[in-house]
Design a protein around this ligand. Structure first.
Ligand SMILES: NC(=O)C1=CN([C@@H]2O[C@H](COP(=O)(O)OP(=O)(O)OC[C@H]3O[C@@H](n4cnc5c(N)ncnc54)[C@H](O)[C@@H]3O)[C@@H](O)[C@H]2O)C=CC1
Ligand SMILES: O=C(O)C(=O)COP(=O)(O)O
Length: 413
């Protein structure tokens, strides 16, 4: 069996969780036809079985890529997260296996910001309760507890791509925006950065969470943070379900300390549309529950499909790791007229010398070399302008793979 790159029709792609068909089109246009398309997420055991011969896997936010999955995925070269969050992927395990992980950092951000804006207005007007009452024959025409968004203070936790877009949209409604972020951020419009979460919670009429799932954001909003929020204020979470202690939120909504909430993400979410959803927030009419649809618009999904499939194809064809989330980034020119060696290795001294020595011993001429390393992993790409036959490439790769510390090596056509 040749060790050089497989023919494209033998490269297996597994797309899970109903990734948009725009992704399939991108793969097909670029010659990748061997695509397995699954509408749901798979559990760990099923995934370990399905992923054995897969070279590229595409997931959304529900599929957990654990160390066990990476150990089973011996042929896997890259993961495409067709979403923003990458917390569902064990990024260290991926790196140790030489698997590059990509995501779509921008494509669904506007969709989330728009949904949150709509929820702010609905909750300030107490529409969820009035809607529930009307469906039961009720007629609650009172203005009590209903407010305009204009002039209210919106507190944003996490002023990144989503938080900052929400900030602009909310200012257009006349809201006063304040935000808390662990980093110093470029302040847009008339927004103001405050110095602690506590300060923000005490000032805001509406709090909206836009942080990633990390060890620091886990259960960021618990009993004492909810107690610090203004009586009658509103909490919105379209970030990750682990950011809010949901039982404490349920208590605050029942007691009336919080006037309302909109929750799009949950500590435990169903793996498919056929599974039952359970939450302590069910039955609370002052709480909007949505099934993790912040980024689920036609526009966002289509763009994400094109963006992430494009990154996977580019890595497969060219070796570029530009915008990878777990890997040294190497941006590469095309390699027409040359063969290209990709070598992923543990970052230890002497790696390049050894690779170059093997090439020199074989009279192979190098026309370009690109190296990036981080504290653990090195990624070197070497363009070869000496014509080499399949057998010679195989021999060279065998020797290169024997270099201690090599994680993965392949040659592109
Ligand atoms: N509901 C949905 O369908 C969607 C949910 N998301 C979630 O939204 C999150 C945010 O997305 P983006 O704005 O694009 O991410 P981003 O990375 O652009 O922004 C996140 C911001 O949070 C800040 N941050 C991190 N830890 C913090 C902490 N402990 N306290 C305060 N600030 C902190 C960061 O400095 C950064 O400014 C994603 O990580 C994802 O989990 C994203 C898209 C769709
Ligand atoms: O982009 C994200 O991080 C999201 O949470 C959206 O996830 P989804 O693609 O809807 O499973």
């Amino acid at each position: 069996m040749s060790l050089v790159s497989l023919a494209k029709d033998r490269i297996q792609i597994l797309l899970l969780e109903g990734v948009h068909e725009s992704a399939v089109e991108v793969f097909r246009q670029r010659g990748y036809d061997n695509i397995d398309f699954v509408k749901t997420a798979l559990d760990e055991d099923e995934l370990c079985e399905r992923i054995k011969d897969v070279h590229f896997v595409g997931i959304r936010s529900r599929t957990q890529l654990t160390p066990k999955v990476f150990a089973a995925a011996q042929k896997l070269a890259a993961v495409g997260c067709f979403c923003i969050g990458t917390n569902q992927v064990d990024l260290q395990a991926a790196r140790r296996h030489g698997v590059v992980v990509f995501n779509a950092p921008f494509s669904n951000t506007r969709s989330v910001a728009e949904l949150v804006l709509a929820e702010i207005i609905m909750l300030l007007r107490r529409i969820p309760e009035k809607n529930a009452a009307a469906h039961q024959g009720g007629w609650d025409k009172a203005a009590k507890g209903s407010y305009e968004a204009r002039g209210k203070v919106l507190g944003i936790v996490g002023y990144g791509h989503i938080g900052s877009q929400l900030s602009i949209l909310a200012e257009q409604l006349g809201m006063q925006v304040r935000f808390y972020d662990v980093e110093n951020k470029l302040v847009l419009g008339n927004a103001m950065q405050v110095h602690s979460l506590d300060e923000l919670l005490r000032q805001a009429d509406v709090i909206s969470l836009h942080v990633p799932e990390t060890a620091q954001t886990q259960w960021l909003i618990g009993a004492s943070q909810i107690a610090a929020m203004k009586p009658g204020s509103i909490l919105i979470n379209a970030s990750r379900g682990t950011v809010v202690v949901i039982d404490e939120l349920a208590k605050a909504l029942k007691s009336g300390h919080l006037a309302g909430a909109a929750i799009d993400v949950f500590p435990v979410e169903p793996g498919s549309n056929n599974e039952r959803f359970e939450s302590p927030l069910q039955g609370l009419n002052n709480c909007i529950l949505t099934p993790h649809v912040g980024g689920s618009t036609q526009e966002a999904q289509e763009n994400i499909g094109i963006e992430v499939a494009g990154k996977l194809v580019h890595y497969s064809d060219n070796g570029s790791t530009l915008s990878a989330v777990n890997f040294p980034e190497v941006s590469l020119p095309t390699h027409a007229g040359s063969r290209r060696l990709l070598h992923i290795h543990e970052n230890r001294p002497g790696m390049l010398t050894r690779i170059n020595q093997i090439m020199a011993d074989d009279n192979i001429n190098v026309s370009g070399q690109y190296l990036q390393t981080d504290s653990e992993v090195g990624y070197v790409v070497i363009d070869i302008d000496t014509p080499i036959e399949g057998n010679q490439a195989d021999r060279m790769l065998t020797k290169i793979r024997e270099i201690p510390g090599t994680i993965r090596a392949r040659v592109l056509y």
